[in-house]
Design a binder for this molecule. Structure first.
Ligand code: FES
Length: 106
């Protein structure tokens, strides 16, 4: 499979409660898997501002607030919602694959 078509299985849908997030280390990446009302989204876990882990942040709707300095990102798009964060968060195309895993494609 080419690099462009790579898929990485992360977890089962039931592993992430609604309105929650978990951290997954896989394939050299440290990721946050979010469950927004049954819709899964994956971002880098590391806050772009500093040492915050976004899977431990506060989720309000489709926004995650970092618990270090209260910067916030849109979970769907990665865009900065609240400073001091300035750099958008990397997001990944996320699917529930045919084997029932929450997976990213990149
Ligand atoms: S480390 Fe996340 S807002 Fe500063």
């Amino acid at each position: 499979m080419s690099e462009a078509g790579r898929r990485l299985a992360l977890c089962r849908p039931a592993d992430v409660g609604a309105g929650k997030a978990i951290r997954i280390e896989r394939g050299g990446l440290t990721l946050a898997v979010f469950n927004l009302d049954g819709e899964f989204h994956v971002t880098d876990d590391a806050c772009t501002h500093g040492p915050g882990s976004l899977s431990e942040g506060c989720i309000i709707g489709d926004v995650v607030e970092c618990d270090f300095h209260n910067g916030a990102f849109n979970i769907r798009t990665g865009e900065v919602v609240t400073p001091p964060c300035m750099v958008p968060l990397k997001t990944y195309r996320t699917v529930v694959d045919g084997d029932g895993f929450v997976s990213i494609e990149f």
